[in-house]
Design a protein around this ligand. Structure first.
Ligand code: FES
Length: 363
């Protein structure tokens, strides 16, 4: 039985003021897109700034990508000025050399290198994109389209663009039931399901009405309609939409950039199909997916760029938005620029009290 939603329902209790959602000082520990793979050649090193932190990315002879902090642990020279030697990175200033784990392997003026380490970050390449994990050890996988998890698929990079809004606002726009119900006058809602600790799925359902006779004739064309969104790490989201006959799969990888802006990289997916017809059909689906993104963005761009988000008076049909906010609030928050754990004042008070008690016990 689907939950009954009524747009005329009285107000429901607003969530506490979010600490992570729509907060440009914080982001969630997770996988974030860095640059397209083909923008980094073998022996190439680049300087990047991601979520406020200065980093260096390079590709060694073995084609593997490494990402490390930008500043040399000797005297702070920017390693983006360095050179790649084999699979290692040499600082341009005094020529200290570091391997892909960040371990110092050579100091030219010493017989033995010092035992020190440059900070490195977990990195993978997937869908033609280089991804970085913003913590020590990845807890979950790089985002994927749940509906394609056990399928062979083809991934194609789309365009990247910038919108003047926080990534979270762009995310919630796709599950705004009131928008679908109130503005578009459709009788729909969303059901949520936790995929893992960092990913949540919202699937749209539509209450059944009796089909018009002519629609019954074409029903096979509309078999198994789906509109499902999966949010990963409070940033990247995937969208699966369409029927058995024509289904689009796409991913919007988002990241916050200075000035309360979101930088978006689109990735499109199709199931693998054989032969010329399969190839042509996939091109059509990729084109449809791209059109879908353009439509999503152009319809809402002005609203997203001018909104001052504050869900002060939610009603029942805002439930999915509140569920998404709650999901984001339960994630591990990091601070912009330092990537250190962002603790809420309550946590800090609790920890101080525990520490104080422990110290008393030790006395
Ligand atoms: S600053 Fe890098 S080796 Fe001295």
């Amino acid at each position: 039985m689907k939950p009954q939603m009524d747009a005329n329902s009285p107000h429901i209790k607003a969530t506490h003021k979010p600490k992570i959602f729509n907060n440009s000082e914080r982001f969630i520990e997770g996988w974030y897109w860095v640059i397209p793979s083909n923008n980094l050649g073998i022996n190439e090193v680049k300087s990047i700034t991601l979520l406020g932190r200065k980093l260096v990315i390079y590709r060694g002879q073995d084609q593997q990508v490494a990402i490390c902090d930008a500043y040399c642990p000797h005297m702070g020279a920017h390693l983006g000025e360095g050179t790649v030697e084999g699979n290692e990175l040499r600082c341009a200033f005094h020529h200290w050399k570091f391997n892909t784990d960040g371990i110092c392997v050579e100091i030219p003026c010493l017989d033995e290198p010092l035992s020190l380490k440059l900070k490195t970050w977990p990195t993978v390449e997937k869908y033609g994109i280089i991804w970085i994990w913003t913590g020590e050890i990845p807890r979950e996988s790089v985002p994927f389209v749940p509906e394609l998890e056990f399928q062979d698929y083809e991934a194609v990079l789309g365009s990247s663009f910038v919108i003047n809004c926080h990534p979270h606002l762009m995310m919630l726009n796709t599950i705004d039931t009131q928008y679908f119900q109130g503005v578009q006058v459709l009788d729909i809602g969303f059901e949520k399901q936790e995929l893992n600790q960092n990913a949540i799925i919202f699937s749209k359902y539509k209450r059944q009405h009796h089909d018009l006779p002519f629609k019954k004739v074409f029903r096979p064309l509309y078999k198994n309609p789906i509109y499902s969104i999966c949010y990963w790490y409070g940033s990247t989201f995937t969208l699966t939409v369409g029927t058995d006959l024509r289904r689009c799969y796409l991913m919007l990888a988002l990241r916050l950039i200075p000035g309360e802006q979101v930088e978006v990289q689109t990735i499109f997916f199709t199931k693998q199909r054989k032969g010329l017809f399969g190839w042509l059909f996939n091109r059509l689906m990729l084109w449809l997916s791209n059109s879908l993104v353009q439509e999503l963005i152009s319809d809402e761009r002005n609203i997203l760029q001018t909104i001052q988000f504050n869900l002060k008076n939610p009603i029942k049909v805002d439930q999915s938005i509140m569920q998404l906010i709650n999901h984001v609030e339960l994630q591990k928050p990091l601070m912009w620029k330092t990537w250190l754990l962002a603790r809420s004042p309550e946590t800090e008070v609790k920890e101080t009290q525990t520490k104080w008690r422990d110290e008393l016990t030790n006395d």
